[in-house]
Design a protein around this ligand. Structure first.
Ligand code: NAD
Length: 299
């Protein structure tokens, strides 16, 4: 475990790589046990439309992670000019295919495809991304369901590091359906991690700094590189950086570097714990998707 000391606290890095490796090795053990008992391997399918660079990278990482834990995986990659009917046809086939335990439709979809219609067509029992309204409703009511992978990953990271959450003020910056909104719901639930007083901030929030200065926990999920700076946080806050933005960087072989939504240098000098980018929330998201797929396979 990495640990960096700042001037005020023994500041902790919330290491998503190490934590996700612990989760993945547990999953692998369960898969081995399933196979030994004569059951088939869990099978995750991913639908990818078009050639968006980031989406290709994410889906590639998900397929690789499946191999690492012993899952079967299938990639259904279609060109960006596919019709809505064709996408719905693929979804119907995946719903009907008994060999597929769970699947994801990688977002964003091309603009001519109605995302909501596609999400609604997914069988909620195979919706391992947890985006179907039925599963979102179950999450809100604290019923068993598939939790959306990124917020679920954050919850597991907070749990792994035994971060205290009860009675704390959590400010979530961003209200997207896949990160900010579910994160707010999970942090206020009557469970651990949870029991926070939650504020959800968004692009129309006027007094953001006033709010973040009161926060014990900040989840930054707005997609603006290095937006949260040291002057916006109080001493000892716990910082979760969800943002991943590619920034042009000629010094890198790839030509870009990944930046989070938090200005690491100034924030890490004041906070008590922080997720790095990369190596924080990203790997936890993938581990959570695998957890959901295992759950779907177990029925
Ligand atoms: P999004 O664009 O759908 O939503 C951004 C949200 O931020 C919106 O609700 C908007 O109201 C809010 N916002 C924008 N500007 C703001 C401002 N100035 N002040 C306050 N709120 C503001 O983005 P998303 O899909 O939720 O993703 C957010 C970031 O997280 C992106 O960088 C994305 O790449 C990253 N992400 C990472 C993972 C991961 O696994 N690490 C997963 C999903 C998303």
């Amino acid at each position: 475990m990495l640990s960096i000391t700042n001037m005020l606290f023994n500041m902790q890095i919330l290491d998503g790589i190490a934590t996700s490796n612990v989760i993945k090795s547990r999953i692998k053990q369960e898969v081995d046990a399933l196979v030994q008992s004569g059951k088939r391997r869990p099978h995750l399918a991913a639908v990818l439309i078009g050639d968006n660079g980031a989406s290709l990278t994410y889906v590639g990482a998900k397929v690789k992670a499946c191999e690492a834990v012993g899952f079967e995986s299938s990639l259904i990659h279609k060109p960006a000019d596919i019709t809505q009917e064709e996408v719905l046809g693929i979804v119907a086939q995946l719903n009907a295919d008994d060999r597929i335990d769970g699947y994801i439709v990688q977002l964003p979809l091309p603009s001519h495809i109605n995302e909501t219609a596609v999400l609604l067509a997914i069988d909620p029992r195979k919706d391992v991304d947890g985006f179907h309204p039925e599963n979102v409703g179950r999450m809100a009511l604290n019923l068993p369901t598939f939790l959306p992978a990124t917020p679920y990953g954050i919850i597991q990271l907070l749990e792994h590091y035994k971060i205290e959450t009860s009675g704390k003020h959590c400010v979530v910056i961003g209200r997207s359906n896949i990160v900010g909104l579910p994160m707010g719901i999970l942090m206020q639930r009557n469970t651990y991690p949870g029991n926070c007083t939650v504020t959800i901030a968004h692009s129309k929030t006027r007094n953001l700094k006033e709010l973040t200065l009161q926060a014990d926990i900040i989840v930054a999920a707005l997609g603006r590189p290095e937006f949260v700076t040291g002057d916006m946080i109080k001493d000892g806050a716990v910082i979760v950086d969800v943002g991943i933005t590619r920034i042009v960087d000629e010094t890198k072989k790839s030509g870009f570097r990944l930046a989070g939504d938090v200005h690491f240098e100034s924030v890490s000098a004041k906070c008590s714990a922080i997720t790095p980018v990369p190596g924080g929330v990203g790997p936890m998201t993938i581990a959570s998707l695998l957890m959901n797929t295992l759950q779907a396979a177990k029925g």
